[in-house]
Design a protein around this ligand. Structure first.
Ligand code: FAD
Length: 467
């Protein structure tokens, strides 16, 4: 027997580790481990997605006359135990690049070795593995545009086939625990459906039309113009090669240069995901530390009330509040709005990006360490290729530009459902009596953006040793 240990690759097809196991002479036993040290960092919405993806994957194995074996406990104990129980001589898995995952994998590899069982890790989650796209000096690019040029021009692997039923062992697994069994409450957000069938449907829909409008629409949260594939890419219910191949077919069908460019701009976002995976692989400490140091410490403010207002979507800045409430309701937020709410927390409120990252990690269905840390450090002007510290987003202007009719705000902030777009995006400048007349239940701005912008710039200049 050979074991394939599923982790963030909850799909049978376009799975290089599983295909590698299936290509051996042995029958494949597929295993998933509910590891308490990993679950400790999870949240109800993400665990709900995980359990659904596991159910669907198990169905697929059962249809093939096999099963998904689901163990519980520390991976470094459960993986060798199960491998030994099935008399396996090798365990294969797909590489994961965060520091926590690499520590875990090292412990599993050592434990297997102690038991005389071989292990093999395969690159699967990205097209071009960390270490394969590098500048002349250094282990990874810190500037995305250089990375993108090389990423774009490299040949991509084709998707790999799912294993044949005859490659799989006739095993039967235990029931998959429920959220409550694992000690989680029901999520407050409605979890997206995270299965391979749902991912494929989304890819097919997106690549049949919206992908050609992506470049024009991706910045407008009310347009729904992005793929919403992030929870699938997080759990691996779709493979990167299968997704990329679908985008290439869309390119071949494109009827204009603009349409082809739009597909390209979507592929560029897929490359951002890989860029951040490379950055985290070589800088695991940046989950907690600034990527780019300043001469002095940044004087972050500890303000629990302002942080709580931000978390609750009660800052009195409508576009910020709409984003925070979308996060609460859906476990997802549009990218433009993620950038805005992160800038608001780290610049207007001057609260440490790590507090924002913690909140996102708890709330996002698509939380992905590399992308989340990358996004937060970008917004906080501490990351690779980050937003310059002096370019502080103005939430009113951003609202006017990216949600001109305030449709997005009205959807998520019902108190403003009857307000005009002008009043919504000018909320900050209205008299208090006027605000009360328009929406008595919606708060006045908790801070003055112009003052806070200046304070943020002064703080960063002190950190740079310039003030
Ligand atoms: P699309 O626009 O359809 O893009 C397709 C895919 O490309 C995404 O699913 C994602 O895998 C990748 N992608 C797109 N934009 C980015 C980006 N800026 N950085 C990295 N990858 C990208 N993305 C996550 O997947 N998980 C996170 O935890 C996460 N946290 C973020 C936190 C902050 C503060 C910011 C500013 C961004 C964060 N992002 C994160 C990036 C981005 O917001 C999401 O990937 C995107 O909104 C997901 O929606 P989509 O699938 O419709 O994206």
């Amino acid at each position: 027997m050979i074991v394939h240990w599923h982790r963030r690759d909850l799909r049978p097809s376009d799975n290089r580790g599983l295909a590698r196991a299936a290509a051996s002479d042995e029958s494949v036993v597929s295993l998933f481990v509910l590891d308490p040290t990993v679950l400790e960092h999870a949240s109800p919405v993400r665990v709900a997605c995980l359990l659904e993806a596991l159910d669907a994957l198990r169905e697929w194995y059962r249809d093939q006359g096999s099963d998904l074996v689901v163990g519980r406990g520390e991976a470094s104990r459960v993986v060798p135990e199960r491998a030994a129980a099935y008399d396996a001589d090798t365990v294969v898995w797909n590489a994961d690049y965060s520091g926590l995952a690499r520590d875990r994998d090292r412990a599993v590899r050592d434990a297997l070795e102690d038991d005389g069982i071989e292990s093999e890790s395969v690159h699967d989650a990205v097209h071009h593995e960390p270490g394969s796209i590098t500048p002349n000096q250094g282990e990874h690019y810190s500037v995305f545009s250089y990375f993108w040029k090389k990423w774009r021009d490299r040949d991509k692997r084709a998707p790999v086939e799912e294993p044949a039923a005859t490659d799989l062992a006739a095993v039967s697994g235990e029931p998959i625990p429920t959220l409550a069994d694992l000690g989680f409450d029901e999520p407050e957000a409605t979890p997206p459906t995270v299965t391979t069938a749902a991912a494929r449907e989304r890819v097919a829909d997106f690549c049949s039309g919206p992908i050609y409008r992506y470049a024009d629409q991706r910045e407008y949260p009310a347009a729904g113009g992005t793929s919403r594939l992030s929870p699938h890419l997080k759990w691996g219910t779709i493979g990167p090669r299968e997704l990329y191949a679908a985008t290439e077919r869309a390119t071949a069908r494109a009827e204009s240069e603009d349409a082809r460019e739009s597909v390209r701009s979507f592929q560029r976002q897929l490359a951002w995901r890989e860029f951040y995976a490379h950055v985290l692989r070589y800088n695991p400490e940046t989950v907690a530390e600034n990527f780019s140091g300043y001469e002095n410490e940044i004087e972050w403010r500890d303000d629990p009330d302002e942080l709580a207002a931000w978390q609750a979507g009660e800052t009195g800045y409508p576009i910020v509040d709409a984003g925070m409430r979308q996060l609460h309701a859906e476990g997802w937020m549009h990218n433009r709005v993620r950038m805005l709410v992160a800038a608001f927390l780290t610049k207007d409120l001057l609260v440490d990006w790590r507090a924002g990252y913690d909140w996102f990690r708890r709330k996002l269905a698509d939380h992905d360490t590399a992308n989340d840390v990358g996004g937060w450090q970008w917004a906080a002007s501490t990351g690779t290729d980050a937003q310059p510290y002096f370019r502080v987003f103005n939430p009113m202007k951003q609202g006017r530009e990216y949600d001109p009719d305030a449709e997005y705000v009205r959807e998520y902030v019902p108190e403003l459902a009857d307000a005009s777009a002008d009043d919504i995006h000018g909320w900050h400048d209205l008299e208090q009596a006027e605000r009360e007349r328009i929406a008595a239940d919606y708060p006045a701005p908790i801070v003055d953006h112009a003052d806070r912008r200046e304070r943020a710039i002064d703080t960063f200049e002190r950190a740079r040793g310039e003030a």
